[in-house]
Design a protein. Structure first.
Length: 270
């Protein structure tokens, strides 16, 4: 069934990507005339992920990635589950830049209990990452919600990457998600008023670790232009987020995600 919420989410996700694609397209001719032509790879397909933190239901959303590199240079590794953004500062093995995240709204009807609504969330912040070795990357993200839960959320991740140039790439690594008290109580807390209306016991969540998990990703080039991309992620809620009566009665400690997409590479010499 068509979902307006997912349509809005898709448009919000696509908007920055479209802008990023247009710029490379305009710059293509300039690169060619300067003898430094670049290639652009666009990955697009569907993904299934929890409808909101702690949800037992999965929602369909877009799996999108855009990469651009000078011809003769491998596409830089990007994990399929990292937030939207790109490096503003890059020096050696270190990179820093902005990041954007999106979380679908949660209503009382969605969750099946008379709990406060958490609106559609747009998160903005930044990331820092470092390649400890050519095969190991560590990344830290922090984002503040501009709507919805209004709190802070973050993630610490590490990836081990093996590849054969751009022909194929496999990555795997652990994930730790975090949130402050405002973020966690929006999804896992139960106030006295909410306890009266929902029948759940009161619960107050502290800031800190929300979940631990693992992500694996795979890219395979089928020919010069077309390829396949896939990823799978599993997170397990821990601590107070796992003990929340919302999780125990209405949600799930298990938080799986999976995505499958086609990739198309344009630019470069024919």
């Amino acid at each position: 069934m068509f979902s307006p919420r997912l349509a809005i989410k898709f448009l919000l996700c696509v908007s920055p990507v479209l802008g990023f694609v247009v710029v490379p397209a305009q710059a293509q001719a300039q690169d060619a005339t300067s003898g430094s032509e670049k290639r652009t790879r666009v990955i697009l397909g569907p993904q299934l992920s929890p409808s909101w933190p702690g949800s037992k239901d999965l929602s369909v959303g877009p799996y999108i990635d855009v990469s651009r590199e000078r011809e003769g240079t491998e596409f830089t590794f990007e994990a399929a589950d990292e937030s939207f953004g790109g490096p503003l500062i890059q020096s050696g093995n270190f990179a820093f830049g902005p990041s954007l995240g999106f979380i679908g709204k949660r209503t009382a009807a969605d969750i099946g209990a008379d709990l406060p609504k958490v609106g559609f969330t747009i998160e903005a912040g930044g990331f820092a990452q470092v390649n400890l070795t050519p095969a190991v990357r560590v990344r830290v993200e922090g984002r503040k919600a501009l709507s919805g839960h209004k709190g802070w959320a973050g993630e610490v991740s590490a990836d081990y990457v093996v590849r054969d140039g751009d022909d194929w790439l496999f990555s795997i690594g652990p994930r730790v998600t975090l949130g402050d008290a405002k973020y966690k109580n929006a999804y896992f807390g139960v106030t006295a008023a909410a306890a009266l209306s929902s029948g759940l016991p009161t619960f107050d969540a502290d800031g800190g670790i929300q979940s631990v998990g693992l992500t694996a990703g795979y890219l395979r080039q089928l020919n010069r232009r077309w390829g396949l991309a896939a990823y799978a992620r599993y997170d397990r809620l821990i601590g107070d987020t796992a003990d929340s009566p919302i999780t125990r009665n209405l949600g799930s400690r298990s938080q799986p995600s999976v995505g499958l997409a086609l990739s198309y590479t344009f630019g470069g010499s024919r």
